[in-house]
Ligand binder design. Structure first.
Ligand code: 2NL
Length: 355
């Protein structure tokens, strides 16, 4: 009798497999499930109903055979349901959920953000705080406190974005006003950098954009002099560009520093190709320095005593240095990007090239 049962179960198993293979839709699958597992009318239920006719000695074996059949059906059905369930969204098409997912491309920081963070990290390692500030600024902090006189061209509507209806506000034209804020709120010693966006009314070209990025640095303490500025900028440039770069300080002018200096680095492009040669003597055809051998990258100087005074710091007691650089310019030099606008077009084929 048990052999008879096993034979029948095997027959039922084969027809179940056959039916399962011919399933075309979730509805057909549900109907098959009902036919197999429905408590009373289902195939499994009918086998179970026959259990009581078995001799006590055969009952356990019969029960085991039926249970194995039931488990086989349940497993096969739930696998098929998984496949069909996942296809509801595909309009009834079969889908194999065990296939590996298609790969999502990895994102990365934009070149400007990446360079800004590198510069931040470098100065943090030199003990500087990072001070972020508002992009809409008081005209007083952006110009007046920085010793930029009333009739300076930068204060003209031609050059600066003013805010309609607010005659004391501008879009900051540099990140210096954040340093003014910091000086107003803290006593020296101060050691900060302020990175971020700045705005000027420039027509976009290869080297200008109405919105650009800057990092400025400021250090104020007792006894600070020009050598501290030179040493700091040298450490920065050697770490950021190349350990072998030389620096050149040229006299310059900024209303907020006195004395002021423009800072060049030796062209790492052509000096690396001429090991042990004189820095500053560029290769005539170098596409980075155009043969001059030098690249202008920073403006700097000793903080003007009037700026210190405007910010509540006594210039008889304290002195300081400050510097500023354009992040776009540094990025273009470091990675050989020929046109600033390329950095804002956000073509991933371009942005993906820079490690
Ligand atoms: C440049 C030049 C510079 C400063 C920025 C500064 C800030 C305060 C006081 C004094 Cl609060 N100076 N900043 C000083 C010299 C140069 O930037 O070419 N930037 C792109």
């Amino acid at each position: 009798m048990i052999d008879e049962l096993k034979k029948e179960i095997e027959g039922a198993r084969q027809s179940f497999v056959h039916e399962l293979e011919s399933i075309q839709s979730p509805e057909q699958l549900a109907a098959l499930k009902e036919r197999c597992l429905s408590r009373k009318k289902g195939v499994v239920g009918q086998f179970l109903a026959r259990l009581k006719g078995f001799l006590p000695a055969e009952k356990p074996l019969a029960g085991q055979a039926i249970n194995q059949f039931k488990e086989f059906i349940e497993t096969a059905l739930s696998e098929a349901e998984l496949a069909h369930g996942a296809t509801a969204a595909t309009g009834g098409e079969w889908l194999d959920p065990s296939l590996p997912a298609s790969e999502l491309p990895l994102g990365r920081l934009h070149l400007i953000a990446d360079i800004q963070r590198q510069i931040e990290e470098l100065f943090q390692n030199l003990g500087y705080e990072i001070a972020y500030g508002p992009e809409v600024e008081l005209e007083d902090y952006n110009f007046t406190k920085l010793n930029i006189p009333e009739h300076h061209p930068a204060r003209d509507e031609q050059d600066t974005f003013f805010l309609e209806g607010f005659d004391d506000l501008v879009l900051r034209t540099h990140t210096s006003p954040m340093q003014v804020r910091y000086m107003l709120e803290h006593k020296p010693p101060l050691k900060i950098i302020s990175p971020g966006k700045a705005f000027r009314k420039d027509d976009p070209d290869a080297t200008h954009s109405p919105c650009f990025h800057q990092v400025e640095g400021l250090l104020v303490d007792r006894g600070i002099h020009f050598s501290h500025l030179k040493g700091t900028l040298e450490a920065f440039c050697r770490s950021f560009f190349d350990p072998g770069v030389s620096l050149r300080f040229r006299p310059g002018y900024f209303p907020f520093t006195e004395p002021s200096a423009e800072v060049d680095i030796s062209c790492f492009m052509c000096s690396s190709q001429r090991a042990a040669s004189t820095p500053g003597r560029g290769k005539p055809d170098c596409r980075v320095c155009k043969g001059s051998g030098w690249l202008e990258i920073l403006g700097s100087g000793m903080v003007h005593p009037q700026v210190l005074r405007n910010c509540g710091i006594d210039p008889e007691v304290y002195s300081g240095f400050a510097f500023g650089m354009g992040i776009e310019r540094v990025a273009m030099i470091k990675f050989g990007v020929p046109d600033l606008r390329l950095l804002y077009e956000n073509d991933l084929r371009l942005l993906g090239q820079f490690g």
